[in-house]
Ligand binder design. Structure first.
Ligand code: 5GP
Length: 226
């Protein structure tokens, strides 16, 4: 046997032993960020389908404590919408695209390919069905409308709320520190676009987020759809 053939055989054997597929490399991340979007903020700059004032899932994102994150990783489980048929009604209710020019399937494929493909090390997220089904399960435990309303924070065209008030209301409801994300118009107000809940990557139970705020100013607008 030539040494080249021997080398190829050894390489193939090593690949089999290390997990077999083309995607044996894991991408490190520290926790999972459950990104929950406020429709009106996204829809103030994008043409949207009709939507209600209801917090809804943007995605579940492998994330690091220093705010870096892996994306578009290699996965042995390619996106396949037919695997989601049994949970489609709940996906449509809680994780639909807002974009007029989009489709749910495109949005879900985008989230899975960009973020879900990197979740090898999250045992509850590391295939297509698990990624969507267990993200829905985690979202079911998050009651942002209720927690914010209990603190007097309701969508308003005129009022603003302090970021500390927002943070505190969610902390009381969730029992952990979340992370706020805003859209800041030049010289204008800071508008809440997303609440990010941090989840333990093994159990998908909430943990304290390492960073409280991404980019919100001291006061935050929380706008209703109309
Ligand atoms: P990201 O890349 O931040 O995970 O997701 C944003 C991408 O998904 C953008 O390309 C955006 O146009 C698309 N997208 C489709 N539907 C939605 C939606 O309902 N909300 C948001 N934020 N992005 C959406």
């Amino acid at each position: 046997m030539s040494s080249l053939v021997l080398l190829l055989l050894l390489t193939a054997l090593a690949s089999l032993v290390s997990g077999g597929g083309a995607c044996s490399k894991n991408h490190h991340f520290d926790f999972v960020l459950l990104a929950i979007q406020w429709p009106q903020t996204f829809c103030s700059t994008t043409a949207c389908v009709p939507h209600a004032d209801r917090w809804q899932i943007h995605g579940a994102w492998p994330e690091n404590d220093d705010a870096t994150w892996p994306s578009n990783c290699c996965t042995n489980h390619p996106f396949d919408a037919s695997l989601l048929e049994s949970i489609e009604p709940e996906l449509v209710a809680s994780w639909k695209t807002l974009k007029k020019s989009g489709t749910n399937e495109k949005f879900w494929a985008h989230e899975y390919n960009k973020h879900g493909s990197c979740a090898h090390d999250a045992p509850l997220l590391n295939d297509v069905f698990k990624y969507f089904n267990n993200t829905l399960a985690a979202f079911r435990e998050v009651h942002l409308e209720k927690w914010l309303t209990a603190a007097g924070i309701v969508p308003s065209t005129g009022r603003q709320y302090s970021a500390r008030h927002f943070d505190h209301a969610i902390q009381v409801g969730l029992g952990h520190d979340a992370q706020l994300s805003c859209v800041n118009r030049k010289g204008g107000v800071s508008t809440i676009s997303q609440v990010n809940i941090c989840l333990d990557k093994i159990t998908l139970k909430p943990i304290d987020c390492p960073l409280a705020d991404r980019n919100c100013k001291t006061n935050i607008a929380y706008r209703p759809t109309h």
